[in-house]
Design a protein around this ligand. Structure first.
Ligand SMILES: *[C@@H]1O[C@H](CO)[C@@H](O)[C@H](O)[C@H]1NC(C)=O
Ligand SMILES: *[C@@H]1O[C@H](CO)[C@@H](O)[C@H](O)[C@H]1NC(C)=O
Ligand SMILES: *[C@@H]1O[C@H](CO)[C@@H](O)[C@H](O)[C@H]1NC(C)=O
Ligand SMILES: *[C@@H]1O[C@H](CO)[C@@H](O)[C@H](O)[C@H]1NC(C)=O
Length: 210
């Protein structure tokens, strides 16, 4: 049974590897994730607490990596602009749907701004791209993350990457001693310490929805 206390720390509807559109990861796209949220709201919570809730909606790169995979690993700049429009249009529709379900405050990230980008007291842009650039190009980067851009968990051969094992279950990757010294966990994702640095940069924006 769900109880009200479980709401205090939030509920996650996101799935790794997914996008607003289907990707090659077999998990619900963002529309289906919002369907699950809607079902939960309707079945269990009614509108209790939704007006005081904040939705964090994030869409990073999975639509684009799936797009590249469909195009044999290439990105045609002209085509991709068109595709960015499709992604942001779908994302805007998703945000409106979450709003219509009764969530008053929404934070969402953008890499690519378009005319749907907005900052009002209810819908606030979380600019992850500039937060990352600030850190990666900042002058204290090397003292904070002495491992530079190198990921903590990295493949030891061209076929290996973080968490991959061979037929004998021998790891084809190594993990660094102190993940706090690396901004990146693997080739793509930040470490906990990396996300903490990003979070610090985003605090002023987060305060907009307090
Ligand atoms: C999301 O997934 C559902 C279920 O597979 C599918 O019907 C729908 O077309 C997808 N939506 C988008 C925007 O890709
Ligand atoms: C990708 O490569 C395959 C095989 O070479 C080809 O049939 C297909 O048309 C290519 N697709 C695109 C989008 O370029
Ligand atoms: C939203 O507000 C933040 C913080 O004040 C600002 O950095 C950002 O440029 C604004 N974004 C838009 C789309 O107005
Ligand atoms: C701000 O959010 C409200 C939802 O409460 C929406 O109706 C309105 O269109 C938004 N303003 C802008 C400029 O997008």
């Amino acid at each position: 049974m769900l109880y009200f206390g479980s709401l205090l720390f939030g509920i996650n509807f996101a799935h790794g590897g997914t996008g607003v559109f289907d990707t090659d990861v077999a998990a619900p796209n963002m529309t289906a994730q919002i369907d699950l949220f809607e079902q939960l709201v309707k079945k269990h919570y009614g509108d209790i607490g939704l007006e005081n809730s904040i939705a964090l909606v994030t869409n990073s790169g999975n639509d684009y990596s799936a797009y590249m995979a469909r195009n044999n690993g290439t990105l045609d700049p002209k085509d991709v602009m068109h595709f960015i429009d499709e992604v942001t249009t779908q994302l805007a529709a998703n945000l409106k749907r979450i709003q219509a379900l009764g969530v008053k405050k929404i934070l969402y990230n953008v890499g690519q701004m378009n005319d749907e980008s907005t900052n009002n007291s209810t819908v606030v842009v979380l600019d992850l791209c500039n937060a990352f650039l600030d850190i990666l190009q900042g002058k204290d980067y090397e003292s904070r993350f002495p491992e530079g851009l190198k990921g903590c968990c990295m493949g030891t051969s061209s076929e290996g990457y973080c968490a991959v094992v061979d037929e004998q279950w021998k790891p084809m990757y190594t993990v660094c001693k102190d993940p706090r010294k690396s901004f990146f966990w693997d080739m793509i994702h930040p470490t906990q310490a990396g996300w903490e640095a990003v979070y610090e940069r985003l605090l002023p924006t987060l305060k907009l929805v307090e």
